[in-house]
Design a protein around this ligand. Sequence first.
Ligand code: F6P
Length: 372
Amino acid sequence: GKYIGILTAGGDSPGLNAAIRGIGKAAHTYPGMQVIGFRDGFRGLMENRSVRLESDVLSGILTLGGTILGTSRDKPHRMPVGGKVMDMRDVIVDNYHKHHLDGLICLGGGGTQKNALQLVEKGLNVITLPKTIDNDVAMTDVTFGFDTALGIATEAIDRLHSTAHSHHRIIVVEIMGHKVGWLALGSGIAGGADVILIPEIPYDVHIVAEAIRRRSQEGKRFSIVAVAEGAISKEDAAALEEARQAKKEAKTKEERKKAKARLAALEENHAGNTMRLAQQLEKLTGLESRLTILGHLQRGGTPSAADRLLATRLGTACAELVNQGVYGVMVAARGEEAVPVPLEEVAGKLKMVPLDHPWIESARRVGTCLGD
Ligand code: F6P
């Protein structure tokens, strides 16, 4: 029989346990196939901390949030060890062989796809699953975790409506999503936000203020502004672009250092973006404003039915691919199919919301201001 390792890496996401269970239970239907879980992502594989995933461990975890294996953002090629950052890929390769693994399954988002490809290049048999609440993994229709987070963010927007309405306030709600706007756009539409700001469409604060003032004139004295954490104003986007260009074109060491510092300062400034936006809107509209940051609430708790279904579907398909010896791929969701896609086509690619996506069109059609 085959020996298979599993690890969960990157930020946790609802549906991870459903996927582990799907892989494990399906694996146990192949003669002699055994599954070992490594704790805390790539770190556990490096430190050789593992647990046998027998059927009793897999029972009762379908509905659990988080990951029973634990996770970390550690990268094989740059791992902090004893106060230093080190390339631990060779140690990982050794441990893989110590466990006599035939294959390693990595459950993760964009970063994990890149790390997995690095291990493929070191000769390991690796297969991945796409998980993240951000929905930013290339080549798959959707990632598990997204639907649950969408539900949580939508409910939050619903709840913010009644309090914004009662106090005649602007409520700016910051929604996760890393560098993309899927979660903010989806929950903003589903929750009926009046303004939705996403990184794909740099915004002009005056246009946003004007949309809110227009609502006031129509007698609607409150507004909900759903903002992706990565959303950026037109000015900031231009400044960032200029700084990136300057860094690229820097000739001397001194110039490069200066450009790097400028870029870091701009990125730091961007982190406090939503607070600044709430303050600007208060000034420009004369309406009292509040900021709500949904944060890690969006990643916690039990997965939605759709995420359990997706994770189970991809997990069981993954076990079948492992049985066939198909490696170096991510198991992508394409309609009702689970399709293996070469990791080279996934790693390092970000799936942003296309500007001609039907969600953007629909948002505009119902009169939502997108800040442009
Ligand atoms: O990738 C998932 C995510 O929740 C992003 O939306 C967010 O930018 C990031 O992780 C937060 O990371 P951390 O959990 O390390 O604070």
